[in-house]
Write a protein that binds this ligand. Structure first.
Ligand SMILES: [Cu+2]
Length: 495
């Protein structure tokens, strides 16, 4: 390598940047680069950047009113905060390229914002308080407007403090212009952990977590997470489950989403095998599984073949905690049968668990990795730590909001490598981009949230810096985020 071939900036280990490599290697537009996943075109097509759909010209308008609301679970009346009087909030559904215009009215006694979790929207409508906008004040209004940039299953939610854990979330589905999957019915299942009674509001729970050394509850919660008194699917307790009706012979699509604040769920349908088709909204090579592990902020789409009449438990067991959430799959042919008892756990929970290593991008896109001169333009090696003693969580030893931004430049191939020095798993979420998991397959799935396992778990991903702005990167455990586990990835000043 000559001196002139060395990177001028942002490059780890002095290797040429991707652009320089391609120029040196003589690749122009239309040339081919052999990658671990097949052939990819060279030139600007060499990085798997997001291709945004053509605008349809359609504008879909929604209004979300965030307000205190009374909410019933299993016959008990509770007060919480929600959108449009319910938990979850109303379903938002658009087609790719449609313009979504959402008027948010704040009737809460606190400032709020709405974040479009997983969607690479323009930075100014990303809804992160004090990063992309000021919180909408009580009594105020804000209009979010953007063209739906990618198909898939997403979650909208408040990004202020612990408001997510009160119920300020709902589903957002972006449909393709033409659906390629064949199925007869679709259901959305939103898994949630629900505080009522002890320990009270999310702020009370955080007080317990922070009350270092005082009493058993805080200590147990710090080490193992919050034992919630209820786990819900679509806002319904196990005693009063949501019922999903099917007919024998149908194929059913489930969009599984975990907007919970603090709970990783294991989801398994009794009597049926799942074919997993999408991870965080993005198509993967279809893969069969009995059990899915879904971290906070993650989504999976699955297909079930309804070939086993009956009334079946769809169970979501909170990992490391007691209890379960459930819905019921009910065949019309079995309309008279009663549902299984709320606490029955399907034997399928002991079956084949989907792992990240099973996931491959459906289009076999990949970064042109593996060559002598080919690698990311910039690498961040980050430790995840916290939870011992004081209830403080950190990324690479720094705590938000004091933490320094992580600089990138537009067009770069960025790698993030994480190592978890703590005793809890962290679902790490990147705003504004999809990243490709480095899962050993050479063409891992494109996701926006991924679990880094406890006790020295490691995880790495790559992304293309193709959406300028100030982007939040954080743990999707609401309590970890609130106590420091966040950084800003900044396109400004990357050197
Ligand atoms: Cu965390």
């Amino acid at each position: 390598m000559t001196g002139g071939a060395r990177a001028t900036g942002g490059c780890v280990g002095g290797r040429p940047t991707r652009r320089e490599f391609l120029r040196l290697a003589g690749f122009g537009a239309g040339a081919l680069v052999l990658s671990g996943c097949g052939l990819l075109s060279g030139g600007r097509g060499d990085l798997p950047a997001l291709s945004r759909p053509a605008p349809t010209g359609r504008v879909l308008e929604y209004t979300l009113e965030a307000a205190p609301t009374n909410f019933e679970i299993a016959g008990r009346e509770l007060s919480t905060w929600g959108y449009n009087g319910g938990v979850p909030g109303p379903e938002i559904r658009v087609k790719e390229g449609d313009t979504l215009r959402v008027r948010v009215r704040n009737r809460l006694p606190a400032g709020t914002t709405v974040h479009w979790h997983g969607l690479p929207v323009p930075n100014e409508v990303d809804g992160v308080p004090h990063v992309t906008q000021s919180p909408i004040p009580p009594g105020g209004e804000f209009v979010y407007e953007f063209a739906a940039p990618a198909i898939g299953s997403y979650i909208y939610h408040s990004h202020v403090g612990l408001q997510l854990d009160r119920g300020l979330y709902g589903p957002l589905v972006v449909e393709p212009a033409r659906e390629e999957l064949s199925y007869d019915r679709e259901y959305i299942l939103m898994l949630d952990d629900w505080l009522d009674g002890l320990p009270g509001t999310p702020e009370d729970a955080l007080g317990e977590l922070r009350g270092s050394g005082r009493g058993m509850m805080g200590g147990m919660m710090r080490a193992r997470g919050i034992e919630y008194p209820n786990y819900l699917i679509n806002g319904r307790a196990p005693e009063d489950p949501a019922s999903l009706t099917v007919r024998r012979g149908e194929r059913v699509r489930l969009r599984l989403m975990n907007p919970s604040a603090e709970t990783v769920f294991r989801f398994a349908p009794a009597g049926h095998r799942m074919t997993v088709t999408h991870a965080d909204g993005q198509a993967i090579g279809p893969v069969e599984a009995d059990v899915l592990r879904i971290g906070m902020g993650e989504r999976y789409d699955v297909l079930l073949d309804a070939d086993n009449p009956g009334v079946w438990q769809l169970a979501a067991v909170p990992e490391g905690k007691r209890g379960q959430a459930r819905a019921v799959l009910r065949y019309r042919e079995s309309a008279e049968e009663s549902a299984p008892p709320a606490d029955v756990q399907p034997p399928e929970l002991q079956g084949r668990l989907l792992s990240y290593a099973d996931l491959r991008d459906a289009r076999e896109r990949s970064f042109p990795d593996g060559g002598l001169f080919s690698g990311p333009d910039r690498t961040f090696e980050l430790t995840l730590s916290g939870g011992m003693g004081r209830y403080v969580w950190q990324i690479d030893g720094q705590r938000y909001p004091e933490a320094e931004p992580l600089p990138v430049r537009e067009g770069e191939w960025v790698r993030v490598q994480m190592r978890n020095h703590s005793m809890m798993a962290h679902p790490m979420h990147l705003h504004g981009h999809f990243f490709q998991l480095r899962n050993g397959t050479g063409c891992g799935p494109f996701k926006d949230t991924a679990l880094v396992e406890a006790h020295m778990g490691e995880l790495a991903f790559d992304f293309v810096a193709d959406n300028p702005g100030e982007w939040f990167f954080h743990c999707h455990n609401a309590y970890h985020m609130e106590t420091g586990m966040a950084r800003v990835i900044s396109y400004a000043g990357g050197a």
